[in-house]
Structure formats: structure tokens, C-alpha cells
Design a protein around this ligand. Sequence first.
Ligand SMILES: NC(=O)c1ccc[n+]([C@@H]2O[C@H](COP(=O)([O-])OP(=O)(O)OC[C@H]3O[C@@H](n4cnc5c(N)ncnc54)[C@H](OP(=O)(O)O)[C@@H]3O)[C@@H](O)[C@H]2O)c1
Length: 288
Amino acid sequence: MIIIIGCGYIGRLLGARLATRGAAVTGVVRSAESAALLPAAGVQALQLDLLADPPDALETAGADVFHLAPPPGEGREDPLTARLVDAFAARGQPRRLVYIGTTGVYGDCDGAWVDETRTPRPAADRALRRWDAEERLRAWSRETGAELVILRVAGIYACDRLPLARIRSGQPVVIEAEAPWSNRIHAEDLAEVCVAAMEKAPTGAVYNVCDGHPSTMTDYFLRVAAAAGLPPPPQIPLAVAPGKVSAGMLSYLRESRRLSNRKLLDELGVTLRYPTLAEGLADCFPRV
Ligand SMILES: NC(=O)c1ccc[n+]([C@@H]2O[C@H](COP(=O)([O-])OP(=O)(O)OC[C@H]3O[C@@H](n4cnc5c(N)ncnc54)[C@H](OP(=O)(O)O)[C@@H]3O)[C@@H](O)[C@H]2O)c1
């Protein structure tokens, strides 16, 4: 039994991959709209609000569980993961859980290269929530003996997940020399990594999931604009960014790190289909 908790955009890609191999996959989502999208991916929908509904319909005993449901948007803890752990106690412990977290847990690293040995120093609330989820799941794994793999995922992109609306609206980016490093992974590669983590990773392992080719956030926007044939966004000094960009974007501008994916490639044997942004964008905007 395979269960995808939080079976949204990535969950549907992952579910379709698993279903093609003949696996029976259940996807948990909150809304009827999201549930309606799952049959086309070969996934059986289970509509359940994990923050509010009793988990009676969850059949988790011995299951392979992918946990992709994000924490709520406020606070420094992740009550959804806390409730999920309680649900496992009530409904049966999974065999293994693969958690899709974020690289935000490392906090600002001043542009340094970062591998999984780096001590996490989450600072933003969104990162503290993710760290809380990791810590809860580690405690759960220790206490129950269930297997756990943690994926710290960089910015996800795909042809239908590019910042085209932002670029079209003319919002500014920070001048390249002052822009932080950012890291990416193509959605298809992330889905493949999820499968490999479930099948091959040693329990307790943590992996950075990124393509290993960071560039500045400004470089990302400029290259997407160029590939899409859009005008480049205007560039502003970092000092004037507050008030000109969203609070969410500002919080990303405060953190800079370059993430290594060496462990992912070496230990899980994954070959990325999109090893750099160039391959990803070429796929979205093929030149005729
Ligand atoms: N965006 C990035 O660059 C990035 C980077 C690193 C990690 N991530 C994380 O990667 C994960 C997968 O991303 P994604 O793009 O596939 O996200 P997504 O499309 O938003 O999917 C998340 C799913 O979780 C479900 N969910 C949320 N709260 C729930 C609740 N209380 N009960 C039951 N289901 C609930 C949602 O259901 P409904 O649709 O019905 O609400 C949705 O199906 C997310 O945790 C995301 O935060 C994203």
C-alpha cells in the first residue's frame, strides 16, 4: 500500500509514476477540487482535512507513506505533522515515510556551499515550521522503529511552474551583484527522487534535492524571461527592495546558500533528466 499525504502537483506526478508500475496508490487531499484530479493520475483519492477530520479512513499500517502536505501558513510549529503522527498511532504505523521538506531549514549560509552535514539554523517562521516537522518525524521514527527519509527540497520549477506572471507584471529583481544564491529542482526529477528515496535510501538519511547548479535569484528570473521571450525585469538595489517586493520574496532575499546534491547522486543513483536550468528551459521553450 502506498499513500501520498498531500497529493497535489508533485503528488500527482509521483502517483502517476508509481501507478504506471502497477502500484495501488491512495492520495490524501483536503478539497474536492484536488480530489477530482487524482483518478487521471491513476491515484485513488481520499478527501480528508488532516488538521480537522478524524483520520478513520487512513489505512497506514505497514504502508509506504510519502508526506508532501505543507504546514499551515503561520506559527513556528507544524500541527499537521503532529496530527499525522497521532493518526499513525491510531491507525497503524507505516513501514517507511519519505518527508518532502525544504532547504530553508539551513537558514542563511552567506552563499557557502552546503551539504547535509551542515547544522541547520532555520530563521524564518516558514523554515522553523519545517524544522519542527523534521524533528517530530525523527522522534516518531526513533520511538516506533518506522523507517524515515528526509528530502530537503530546493525551489521547484517546471514548464507550468515558471514565474511568468511575475515577470509580465514588471516586478523588479535585485541587481545581480547583490542577489542571493538560489537553488532549483525540476518537478519531474523531484518525483523520481521520491521514488528512489522510498526504494533505496538507508533509514534516517537526509538528502538535499536540487540540481547542484545554483545561480542567483536574479539570474533565474532573467533566464526565464529570455527563454520565454519576455522583457527582462527591472533591477533594483537590495537596500530599496523592502516596499518594492512582497514580504515572502523579501524573506527569500535574506538567505543565500549553494546546495550540493552529491549525496543524492552518489547514494540514490539518480540521473537527473534536467541537470541544469538550461535543460529545463529548453524543454519548455524548444527552438524551432
Ligand atoms: N514550491 C517550492 O518550490 C517548494 C520547495 C520545496 C518544498 N516544497 C514543498 O513540496 C511539497 C509538494 O509541493 P506541491 O507543489 O505538490 O504542493 P501542492 O500542489 O500545494 O500540494 C499540497 C497538497 O497538500 C494538501 N494539503 C494541504 N493541507 C492539507 C490538509 N490539512 N489536509 C489534507 N491535505 C492537505 C493539498 O490539498 P488541497 O489541494 O485539497 O488543499 C495539496 O493537495 C509541499 O509541501 C511544498 O510546500 C515546495
